[in-house]
Design a protein around this ligand. Structure first.
Ligand code: FE2
Ligand code: FE2
Length: 372
């Protein structure tokens, strides 16, 4: 990742065919019982003696907005709400995927199996959200240290608090309202390790604020729309109001910084964005859930990935990332390498969707206080 020479797909993601399912499933998390995971962060802590507040007005505005948008996970969410996992699973599956499974490894599955799968899948998804939130907590603490601009250090410090709150509420929700969690998915872990270990401050932003949080914003939005569970709906609504600001922080900071970079440096950022996109797509296969359900993982994934709703969901996850990459000039820089790669992933059609540089205001809690 630190090379400035053009890398091959294999250099970037460890396989030549981006859709090679065997290679994807070979990567599993072997540290599931470890309580601590250490990553060297390779960066200098930067002081600045330029204290002029508001030298970057857009970041200053975001910082002021963050100060008055803090909420308290313990008192603002209604933890008295009882969650009936089984009832939720029943309404979520309504008989399983709407497709013919008679020739597949899932042909013997009845309502009992689909219900168990639905519960596991939800626990898995929420667990990965929680681990990703901790990644954001660590990354924004790193940004406070490494970014050279005072307005960005100020803003990032508010995001550290936001992320602590997000980890806290997802962990509490899983512990008190659901039936258990999952260790971090190996693909997500590899991505977080890459982001944290890169010595360049802007790479932390690109990996976390643009890619991981861009995907999170889309995924939270999806779940917020679909879930019928009022506490989860409320929790996601609160978290999203912060996340939209975080993505905006990335867009606004990198927009300025990228104007100073050379072509090879931009190419390195394009490659990093692609690598991150693939890692995130790989993680959504939920391989650990199928494993826990005791069915052949690869066969089950092949079946479920055929379902149209699953394909739509996986693509929708990129609905924030692609327009934000476009706004940063990453899609078309150089020879348009990233445009081509996003085309191969089947997500380029989102390029003209609204970007998050200004959209964050519409996510604020006041903006939807009457409709939420
Ligand atoms: Fe977060
Ligand atoms: Fe965030």
């Amino acid at each position: 990742m630190s090379t400035t020479e053009a890398a091959s797909t294999e250099d970037l993601i460890g396989r030549t065919d981006v859709n090679d399912l065997d290679a994807i499933l070979e990567i599993t998390n072997t540290d599931v019982d470890e309580a601590i995971h250490a990553v060297r962060d390779n960066a200098d802590a930067i002081f600045t003696w330029d204290y002029e507040k508001g030298a970057r007005p857009a970041l200053n505005k975001l910082y002021e907005k963050a100060k008055v948008s803090q909420w308290n996970g313990e008192t603002d969410l209604d933890w008295s709400i009882e969650v009936d996992e089984e009832a939720l699973a029943v309404s979520a599956i309504a008989g399983g995927p709407q497709m013919d499974l008679s020739d597949t490894v899932l042909k013997h599955w009845g309502e009992k199996e689909w219900m168990a799968f639905s519960m596991e899948s939800e626990n898995w998804t929420l667990s990965q959200f929680m681990h990703g939130e901790q990644g954001a907590l660590v990354c924004t603490a790193k940004i406070v240290e490494t970014v050279p601009w005072i307005d960005a250090k100020y803003y990032a410090s508010t995001q550290v608090m936001d992320e602590a709150r997000h980890v806290e509420v997802f962990a509490k929700y899983l512990d008190t309202k659901r039936s258990g969690h999952y260790p971090i998915n190996a693909h997500l872990k590899m991505l977080l390790d890459d982001i944290v270990s890169d010595p360049q401050w802007d790479m932390t932003y690109l990996g976390m604020q643009i890619m991981v949080e861009g995907l999170a914003l889309a995924a939270f939005g999806f779940m917020h729309q679909l879930t019928e569970e009022p506490l989860l709906k409320q929790l996601l609504r609160y978290v999203m109001s912060d996340e939209a600001r975080h993505v905006a922080f990335g867009v606004l900071s990198l927009q300025e910084y990228y104007t100073e970079l050379s072509q090879p440096e931009i190419r390195e950022r394009q490659e990093f964005a692609y690598e991150a996109a693939v890692r995130m797509r790989d993680r959504f296969l939920q391989q650990e859930v199928w494993d826990r359900m005791g069915v052949p993982v690869k066969e089950a994934i092949k079946v479920v990935n055929m379902a149209p709703e699953q394909q739509v969901f996986q693509m929708m996850l990129f609905s924030k990332i692609v327009p934000n990459c476009k706004k940063l000039g990453l899609l078309d820089a150089g020879d348009g390498w990233l445009r081509q790669k996003f085309g191969e992933l089947g997500v380029i059609q989102f390029e003209d969707w609204v970007d998050t540089g200004s959209e964050y205001e519409s996510f604020s809690l006041e903006a939807t206080a009457t409709t939420a």
